[in-house]
Design a protein around this ligand. Structure first.
Ligand code: AMP
Length: 213
């Protein structure tokens, strides 16, 4: 399975990617997670990326393209992968296509997760993530049993730096401008499938699974 999850911030790409990874036993590759880890570890990459991420802008194409090229060549990606949050620009998509051709492989399906902007703002402002295992909670739709503590592993729940109203609106604007043209790009290639990303996590998961089998 070689899959791309497309969709605005808050569509649930990360949540669905984690569930798909368990079901299909292929790695989830999230450029957002890789970059956040680099910021946390204070590496050169993290220092380079932080200001872009905090302001809701995209990290430069050459930086993320380099990351992905290195990652998809690793042994655990041989049987497939789920790209979550990449590509986000036409340049990234073109470069990915080139790399995959060189590797003699191709993307099977691109799932576009559709959700409206109002829903995105409400999902993201109430969201918190476990700093240890990465599981996500929401103050209304999926509150943790003990506030601030992960139900699964007991880790500390933190709000993402960029999950504040102002930055969310900027991220949505960037999505419209730079990422939404990818729908047309993949539609032309004939592998775009659109899923309504409203409802419960489980409902969305069963719709996504229908599309990727
Ligand atoms: P995400 O966790 O996917 O919402 O990504 C968080 C932030 O990381 C984004 O707002 C961007 O600043 C950066 N980022 C993640 N993936 C990419 C990408 N493919 N291209 C450029 N920037 C990215």
């Amino acid at each position: 399975m070689r899959l791309i999850l497309l969709g605005p911030p808050g569509a649930g790409k990360g949540t669905q990617a984690k569930m798909l990874k368990e079901k299909f036993r292929v790695p989830q590759i999230s450029t957002g997670d890789i970059l956040r880890q680099a910021v946390k570890d204070d590496t050169e990459l993290g220092v380079q990326a932080k200001a872009f991420m905090d302001s809701g802008q995209l990290v430069p194409d050459d930086v993320v393209i380099g990351l992905i090229e290195e990652r998809i060549k690793q042994a655990d990606c041989e049987t497939g992968f789920i790209l979550d949050g990449f590509p986000r620009t036409i340049i990234q998509a073109e470069k990915l296509a080139e790399t995959l051709t060189e590797m003699n492989i191709a993307i099977d399906t691109v799932v576009d997760m559709e959700v409206n902007a109002e829903e995105v703002v409400s999902r993201l402002t109430g969201r918190s993530t476990c700093s240890d295992c990465g599981v996500m909670f929401h103050e209304e739709s999926r509150p943790p049993k003990v506030p601030g503590v992960c139900d699964g592993c007991g880790g500390h729940l933190a709000q993402r730096q960029d999950d504040n109203r102002e930055t969310i609106l900027k991220r949505l604007e960037v999505y419209q401008e730079s990422t939404s043209p990818l729908k047309e790009f993949y539609k032309k290639q004939g592998n775009l499938k659109t899923v309504a990303a409203g409802g419960s996590v489980e409902e969305i998961f069963s719709r996504v699974c229908e599309m990727v089998r």
